[in-house]
Design a protein around this ligand. Structure first.
Ligand code: SF4
Length: 415
């Protein structure tokens, strides 16, 4: 049996600064919504946030709110509310938790931030189906409920190569959003402001990439579980100076750790790659489970999905289209397997965890033979854990613990 003992996990000092800029972001959104000082757009996680921000919208990301519902473990009680109005327990539990939150009026924002009573009311909903169809269905429900337009991009999927034809298609679709957004915002699009926003998103991406790549060091100075928290600014504040400034601070702290030989997990012995969504309501438990076995889950597809190297201020629309298409979740298994093979090598990985999330097939890559193919090619063992991002009724803690312990032991014996 892999030996389990309490291992110290190092806290990241920059966390307080991150909490402050996230709080400022939520208060800013609340102010826009309650005073009408700015129009509010809701946007899917890799929707055209750069365009919305450049057009002066305050931007809310329902997936970020849904992840908060998961992390606070409010989601499991809220999901049945959406099930009761016809949204199946088998579909995206971000969608069902978020709609359940709206129906009941319960939000972690009101609990965490004094003075905030609800999520900001939207003036427009803007989606991109590059990740899944659920986001369009999700926004469609709010569109009817709140009487606001839902517009967006219908993306090509399962791409091995991102071609000019794909980029042309999505570029045209993003450009076509502009007249309606101008009408809602009451402002003409300022191309210079769009270029600046895209440049800031690019800078944010570069820094976030460097943050994640600090984990190539041995011992790694951060964990996947840290990454899921510290990616907050990259998700909700990309295209802003605040996100760029924050990642400079975080990167400096992690580089100091490397210089000092300090790992996020004391005595790191095993290096693990996480493929799939986090289980938001089990972040701490999973972090402890691995670190107590001296295993560091130090790299992931999920956190790396907020690296968009295509952004180019010289060609904002086309580069946005390319960035939104080059996303891992948009790609074919052939591309995904090549990507993961490179990640395994770069981070010197000993084993892979695939999270098979019951309600998110698009982020569950263990269902069509990928673990077996990658294991045959690389010799790196893998374990599939069944669970979910937000619906804890799909999570078996005992089974996860037993399987992870046996998996780490198998890796130790193979070394
Ligand atoms: S990718 Fe998965 S978690 Fe994200 S919105 Fe779609 S179904 Fe939900």
């Amino acid at each position: 049996m892999a030996e389990e003992k309490k291992i110290i996990r190092k806290k990241i000092q920059a966390t307080d600064q991150m909490n402050k800029i996230m709080a400022d972001y939520f208060y800013d959104l609340n102010e826009a919504s309650t005073t009408g000082s700015r129009k509010v757009a809701w946007c899917t996680s890799v929707g055209p946030a750069e365009l919305l921000r450049a057009m002066g919208f305050a931007v809310h990301f329902p997936e970020n709110h849904a992840a908060m519902l998961g992390a606070t473990r409010m989601s499991t009680d809220l999901i049945p509310e959406a099930n009761a109005i016809g949204y199946s327990p088998d579909i995206c539990s971000y969608l069902t938790a978020d709609i359940g939150s709206y129906i009941t009026g319960k939000t972690p924002l009101a609990m965490a931030f004094e003075g905030i009573k609800s999520v900001p009311r939207p003036d427009v909903l803007v989606y991109n189906t590059n990740q899944c169809r659920d986001v369009q269905d999700w926004f469609s429900w709010y569109s009817k409920e709140l009487g606001v337009p839902s517009i967006g991009v219908t993306s090509p999927k399962n791409l091995t190569d991102v071609t000019d034809a794909h980029i042309d298609d999505v570029t045209r679709q993003i450009e076509a959003l502009v007249p309606q957004l101008e009408e809602i915002s009451g402002e003409r699009l300022d191309m210079e402001r769009l270029r600046e926003t895209v440049a800031l998103s690019r800078e944010c991406t570069e820094l976030w990439k460097q943050v994640l790549e600090t984990a190539t060091a041995r011992p790694a100075p951060l964990t996947f579980f840290d990454g899921t928290i510290h990616m907050g600014p990259a998700v909700v504040l990309r295209g802003t100076r605040q996100a760029v400034d924050y990642y400079k601070v975080l990167l400096a702290e992690l580089e100091r750790r490397i210089e000092d030989g300090v790992g996020a997990v004391e005595d790191e012995a095993i290096r693990i790659y996480w493929e799939g969504m986090p289980v938001w309501g089990r972040l701490r438990q999973h972090s402890e489970l691995f670190s107590n076995l001296r295993a560091n889950v130090l790299a992931s597809t999920y956190c790396s999905s907020w690296i968009f190297q295509a952004f180019d201020a010289k060609d904002p629309f086309r580069s946005m289209a390319r960035a939104y298409l080059e996303l891992f979740i948009v790609r074919s298994d052939e591309y995904k397997e090549k990507y993961i093979r490179e990640m395994l090598e770069k981070f010197d990985i000993d084993g892979i965890i695939y999270h098979d999330a019951k309600t998110c097939p698009c982020n569950s890559n263990s269902r069509y033979g990928m673990p077996q193919r990658l294991e045959a090619e690389t010799g790196i063992p893998s374990l599939v854990i069944s669970g979910d991002l937000n619906d804890l009724r799909c999570v078996s803690d005992e089974q996860t613990k037993t399987n992870v312990e046996a998996f780490i032991e198998q890796i130790e014996e193979g070394e």
